[in-house]
Design a protein around this ligand. Structure first.
Ligand SMILES: C[S@@+](CC[C@H](N)C(=O)[O-])C[C@H]1O[C@@H](n2cnc3c(N)ncnc32)[C@H](O)[C@@H]1O
Length: 238
């Protein structure tokens, strides 16, 4: 490798390395309330936040079912956008996130919800939780920020922490959509050495389906959802 090529490779490797520093990247996005809201939702309006959360729950319900006795875990819960309304439909809602800063904002929003618990993840994975503990594990608007290996790690971990018969849901925006392809092409234009750590990365239907099947889930389905999202759902065999 020429010294020029080596220098470019190293620069690219270090910018990709930053993408793996999830805690650092997301704690930076959570330094103040407005920035946290903008990073999670793109706005700072509680009514809109509630509306979009209820829209998500309306998609989640037919895809995996939500029962009043369900113990539910959200991976990458941010400021508790979904947890706040969802906690009214289940027995207990757990929100896990790599960013303690985001969870600080979530705690304030969920102050009056005794059936909610927030857990800061030390690293990628769900080592803070025992096996067979949840009825439903879901993860929304998080995979686009993760490397593929880390996406799969969460799918594997969801399998472990779900009880037999438990259900899972994972979404991302689709590469095979106008938005997905535009994001892909815009990102491709960055010079390697200036590629930002936070670029959104889509998934294909095949990718999500493969992760769930390889992790051991049964009844795997990939759904086409509004807003050019795709989601894979599955059930841990009894
Ligand atoms: C765009 S926000 C979505 C929050 C929430 N799921 C929602 O729909 O409102 C992405 C969240 O993922 C979290 N996150 C990023 N990388 C993560 C990782 N490796 N493990 C767990 N959470 C992560 C961030 O801290 C942030 O709260």
């Amino acid at each position: 490798m020429s010294s020029d090529a080596q220098a470019r490779w190293q620069a690219a490797a270090s910018s990709l390395g930053d993408r793996s520093s999830y805690k650092k990247v997301w704690d930076r996005q959570a330094t103040d309330l407005d920035l946290a809201w903008l990073s999670v939702a793109g706005h700072t309006d509680e009514a809109t936040l509630d509306l979009t959360a209820r829209g998500f729950i309306d998609m989640l319900r037919p895809a995996v079912g939500i029962g009043p006795n369900d113990i539910v875990l959200e991976i990458g819960c941010g400021i508790g956008r979904v947890g706040k309304p969802l906690s009214q439909e289940c027995l207990h809602w757990f929100g896990a996130d790599i960013s303690g800063g985001m969870l600080g904002h979530a705690a304030a929003r969920l102050r009056d919800r005794p059936n909610t618990t927030l857990v800061e993840l030390a690293t990628v994975g769900l080592q803070e939780f025992p096996g067979d503990a949840f009825d439903l594990v879901y993860c929304t608007i998080v995979f686009m920020h993760l490397f593929e290996w880390d996406r799969f790690r969460y799918v594997e971990e969801a399998f472990r922490v779900l009880r037999p018969g438990g259900r899972c849901y994972f979404d991302n925006f689709s590469l095979d959509s106008d938005h997905g392809w535009n994001v892909f092409m815009e990102s491709a234009r960055y010079p390697l050495e200036r590629r930002p750590a936070h670029l959104s990365m889509s998934s294909s239907r095949e990718e999500l389906g493969v992760y769930l099947r390889k992790a051991g889930f049964a009844d795997v389905r990939v759904h086409d959802l509004p807003n050019e999202l795709i989601a894979a759902t599955g059930r841990k065999p009894d």
